[in-house]
Structure formats: C-alpha cells, structure tokens
Design a protein around this ligand. Structure first.
Ligand SMILES: O=C(O)CCC(=O)C(=O)O
Ligand SMILES: [Fe+2]
Length: 324
C-alpha cells in the first residue's frame, strides 16, 4: 500500500451493527500494510481540536525564562523541553528542530497507582496558560475513547479474546508531547523530528494543516498522509507490532517543516499500565524476533536515556531510533 487510507470509524461504536466487520477489515488492511491510517467519525468536534492547538501555541508563546522554570528534569520527565535539548541516540549529533512540553497520564497526589510505580504522578501545568489543564485533559479523555474503539477493533481483527488489549490500558502510561516546530529553510539540513518508529502501542495525532509529517512506504519512499479536516492520523507503534507477532506494522516516519509557518502538534501515545509485559499473543511471523517489553521498565529507560550523558545498555528495550 503506497497511500494511507482514510477510514470512517463511526461504525465501531456499534459492534453489533452491519458495518462493524467491514470497518475492522479496513483498519486491519491499513495496519498490516503501511501501519498508518487517517480516521474520521470520531465524534471529536473540529473546534475542540482548534482549541487544543491554540492552547499549545499559547504554551510555547510563554517567555523563554519562564519556560526554564517549568522544564523537565532527570527525576521528572514532565514540563518544558527546550529547543535542541535532545539529540537522537544514533550518534549523529544533529538535534531535532522542535521544542516540546511533556505530559503523562494524570495521576493525583494520592492516587493508589503511585504506590505501585514511581513514574506516575501529577503533571506540571503551565501557570501562564490557566485553561491548559482542562482543555488538554478533556481532549485526552476523548482520545482515550478513540483508542479504546481502535483496540477493540484490533482484538476482533486479530481474533484474540475481547479485552485482551483494552484491559492493559487501565491506569496506563499513556503520554502526550506538545510540539512546536519552527519553519526550516529550503536549504536547511536536518529534521523537525528525525526518522523513527514509535515505541508505544498506538499513536493518535491531529495533523497541523501546514503539513510536514512523512511516512516511509515499504519500497522506501516517503509519503504524506491525506487527512481530511477534523480527522486524525493513527499509527501502530512497536508494542502493538510485538503483541501481534509482527502482523501490525510499526512504520518509520519523520517531520520536516518546510511550510514557512510555525507548526504545532500534540501526539497522544497510548502505552499500557506499568506492570504489563508485552509479548506476542499469536504465533510470530517468520523472521519476527523481538524480546518482550515490560512497560514500566520501558518507560523508565526512556526517561533515563533521554539525557545526553546516558547510554542505552543491553537491557534497554528498542527505543525507536533507526539504525540502518
Ligand atoms: O508532529 C508530528 O506530526 C509527529 C511527531 C512524532 O512522530 C513523534 O513525536 O513521535
Ligand atoms: Fe513518531
């Protein structure tokens, strides 16, 4: 498949309905070929997405000095990520051209899950944008619903028992990165985000109309997903690829912002609960050989290896950087 299909997922809300099966089949076709799809029919209002994008923009418009007060630290991977802060762990030394703001599944100070795993906790919400918490958590909750519908469809498509996937997402390690990519000049080398695979289960993005997201095809070309206004781009990450024994594909993608405009994006990364061990639920496809992933360990390793002086070890799960 050399293009990314657009699928109306509204029939997924009625599993007994006449279009449920055919919708599952379309989703499976996309996920087993290119690993990306555009979706419509989520019930999320376009004005809602615009409101989130405006909020994200307001967060990046905060005074530079104030951003540093709310920056991520080694102990807490939440808050502002300055421009050029992370270089990919591929040895190239070229920093990606974005600034970010990291958010994780919001767990209250006294939430029981905090006693089980130290990575859970409340987010840092920017004081300068008081509406951010409500606007973003409301959007997050709606995407939790979309992710749940998609996971249910994949359970049917993969012919695995109901809730096998969905149950892994109670108190999940789902996270979101708010991203601001300044425009890159035509002759400027480098990326907004270098080519990588997502290491989560499933990613959902409301694409910025300025464009810039590119997806690698099986034949090695790069294509831009068509996504109607108000739609979302969804992609399979390494965890669903592993769960499915290699059937669902986690596909390299990258961002290059040559639009001449500022680009804002806010991917939602669905990640299971800390104690979930992701291992194939089906016999693996020939040639597919990957170790199981403990989600809490995976997340702790992402937090640790983000820092330029920390290295991945033999024990670190694959973290999405492409080596070839
Ligand atoms: O900003 C985008 O459109 C994609 C971002 C992305 O691929 C990522 O954060 O993993
Ligand atoms: Fe990505």
């Amino acid at each position: 498949m050399e293009r990314i299909p657009t699928i109306d997922i509204s029939p997924l809300t009625n599993p007994a309905g006449p279009q449920y099966r055919s919708t599952v089949e379309q989703i499976m076709d996309a996920c087993t070929s290119i690993g990306f799809l555009s979706i419509t029919g989520t019930g999320i209002a376009p004005e809602n997405i615009d409101q989130v994008r405006d909020t994200v923009k307001a967060i990046f418009d905060i005074d530079e000095a104030r951003k540093w007060d709310q920056a991520i630290t080694r102990e807490n991977y939440r808050g502002y990520i300055p421009m050029g802060f992370f270089t990919p762990n591929d040895g190239s030394g070229a920093a990606d051209k974005y600034e970010g703001y990291k958010l994780h599944f919001e767990a209250a100070e006294d939430a029981p899950i905090r006693a089980e795993c130290a990575l859970y906790g409340p987010n840092i919400w920017p004081r300068e944008v008081p509406q951010a918490r409500t606007v973003i958590l409301d959007y997050w909750q709606q995407l939790d619903g979309v992710a749940d519908l998609l996971l249910g469809a994949l359970e049917v498509g993969l012919e695995i028992p109901p809730n096998t996937l969905r149950d892994a997402f109670r108190d999940p390690m789902t996270n979101m990165t708010l991203l601001h990519y300044p425009p890159q000049a035509p002759e400027e080398r480098g990326y907004g985000i270098h080519p990588h695979k997502d290491t989560d289960a499933l990613t959902i993005i409301a694409p910025d109309p300025v464009g810039g997201l590119e997806v690698q095809t099986r034949t090695g070309g790069w294509i831009t997903p068509d996504c109607p206004p108000g739609g979302f781009v969804v992609n399979i990450g390494d965890m669903l690829e592993l769960w499915s024994g290699g059937r669902l594909k986690s596909t390299p993608h990258r961002v290059v912002n040559r639009s001449g405009h500022e680009r804002y994006s806010f991917p939602y990364f669905a990640v299971p609960r800390h104690d979930v061990v992701v291992a194939p639920l089906l016999p693996v496809l020939t040639g597919f050989d990957r170790p199981e992933v403990h989600c809490g360990h995976w997340s702790a390793e992402i937090w640790r290896t983000n820092w330029p002086d920390e290295m991945a070890t033999g024990d670190t799960p694959e973290l999405g950087t492409l080596t070839d």
